[in-house]
Design a protein around this ligand. Structure first.
Ligand code: COA
Length: 425
């Protein structure tokens, strides 16, 4: 079966997390992704958070499936020539180096267009144009500068970063959409273009409901936030709202049986208005259906703490899965707090390929998250990440169509790390 992006060749000049998540998605959709790495070193994540000595770390393997690896010293003149040849025959070049690094290497956008006017250059930086455009940025910096940290956590506690990698993987997702959109536009124009995604922008995009609330503040208190019911005044910026639901349907994390010892014995419970009467019946408060303090959503808002305390008395009588089963029968939206252990063992996630077991020649088998986006005509098979420079010769021969003599000459310069074919074998 032909994959969705079959025939698209990606020059993957990315490292760490944000860029690699983008190119991994494109590889899962069938693109031929050629990862360019520094000889002898490679993507820095290969050696970070190592669990199995001598093996590429899970950090690297889990972000670089379905790719090929070529090592090139792109600061060496011969290495630059090889990179130029790759730019000529690729559809997309993706990079997430520090601001200015690609220009310093001699590959400005203008130069790249000269080499290949059809190529799409896709870049991730921490910030867009402005006062911080030259800054290096990692995940948590983006979470802090994109509005996530100031709105995550409890009102009386520190700003918090989240476990979801919205700055890195979130920006990678944004960039992937930009790339396929530019590929589509190229079918009309015949031209490439530059696609940019800033991590601050991506996080802010994912936090757009909080910018909504910022503007609502001008018209009065945010009545669905717990602090409204607690009688605590709002300041001039959106406060942290703990586990209050982000939407118009109040929700909370509530204890379930076993919470004293199990850190994940909790359920998220949403008091969705259309099922309020069922909630009253389930928790044993049928009078609330008609009581003026509880019957209507607006009346409930100042009383959310008391309401959720009562619901929690009910959820604490059973474990999170029992609660989920009962509530689902009544279409009451809820979700158990699932640990990474529970997710890793989840049969249904394995059945859909969202959790996949992959074999690796050095580390053996490991679990990863497969492609979360399912295409009916383009199924994803997750294959292991490449070893450093594993495909260097293959790419020179099969992709660039270099002769054996030319390959030998290039290897002898040391620009690709290995100095001869013999050494490469
Ligand atoms: C992530 C980040 C902070 C890492 O910084 P870093 O480890 O110092 O890496 P840099 O991107 O600055 O690159 C380091 C150098 O390696 C060089 N390099 C990279 N690949 C090379 C290769 N194959 N051959 C030779 N040199 C290479 C770069 O040209 C750069 O050299 P320079 O500083 O002389 O210009 C930075 O790349 C960045 O801010 N990226 C943009 C935002 C981003 O994606 N952040 C999230 C990462 S998950």
């Amino acid at each position: 079966m032909v994959k969705a992006l079959e025939g698209v060749r990606i020059l993957d000049f990315t490292h760490v997390q944000s860029g690699p998540t983008c190119t991994q998605l494109l590889a899962w959709f069938g693109a031929d992704v050629i990862k360019v790495e520094r000889p002898g070193v490679g993507d820095i994540t290969r050696g970070q958070l190592v669990d199995v000595p001598e093996a590429d770390s899970l950090y690297f393997t889990m972000l670089n499936h379905n790719k090929r690896s070529i090592t090139i010293d792109t600061k060496n003149p011969e290495g630059k020539r090889v990179l130029e040849e790759l730019i000529k025959i690729c559809d997309v070049m993706v990079e997430n180096f520090a601001p200015g690094a690609l220009d310093r290497m001699g590959f400005s956008w203008e130069r790249i267009q000269e080499i290949n006017p059809r190529i799409i250059l896709a870049s991730i930086k921490g910030f867009g144009p402005g006062p911080y455009e030259d800054c290096k940025v990692y995940e948590n910096v983006a979470q802090c500068t994109g509005g996530s940290a100031s709105t995550t956590g409890f009102r009386d506690g520190l700003p918090l970063v989240t476990g979801s990698q919205i700055g890195d993987s979130g920006t990678g997702l944004h960039l992937a959409l930009g790339i396929v959109t530019a590929l589509f536009q190229r079918t009309h124009t015949g031209r490439g273009q530059k696609v940019s995604a800033a991590m601050q922008d991506a996080v802010l995009n994912l936090c757009r409901v909080k910018l909504r609330d910022q503007q609502r503040l001008a018209h009065g208190p945010l009545r669905e936030y717990s602090q409204f019911g607690e009688g605590i005044e709002f300041g001039d910026a959106v406060p942290r709202a703990g586990n209050d639901s982000g939407g118009g349907q109040p929700g909370r994390i509530l204890k379930c049986k076993g919470w004293e010892t199990d850190p994940n014995a909790y359920i998220y419970f949403i008091t969705q208005a259309p099922v309020w009467e069922k909630i009253c019946d389930v928790i044993g408060e049928p009078d609330w259906k008609t009581h003026p303090d509880y019957a209507k959503p607006a009346a409930r808002l100042p009383r959310l703490n008391a309401i959720f305390a009562r619901i929690e008395q009910w959820t604490m009588t059973m474990d999170k899965f029992e609660a989920m089963n009962i509530l689902n029968k009544y279409d009451i939206p809820c979700g158990p707090i699932l640990s990474m252990k529970e997710l890793a063992e989840d049969e249904s996630l394995r059945a859909t390929g969202t959790v996949v077991e992959v074999d690796h020649p050095v580390r053996g088998s490991y679990l990863t998250v497969g492609n979360p986006i399912k295409l009916s005509d383009s199924p994803t098979e997750v294959t292991r990440s490449p070893l450093l420079g594993e495909h260097t010769e293959e790419i020179l021969r099969e992709v660039l169509k270099f002769s054996d003599d030319k390959i030998e000459d290039i290897l002898a310069t040391g620009a690709l790390g290995v100095t001869s074919k013999v050494a490469a074998e």
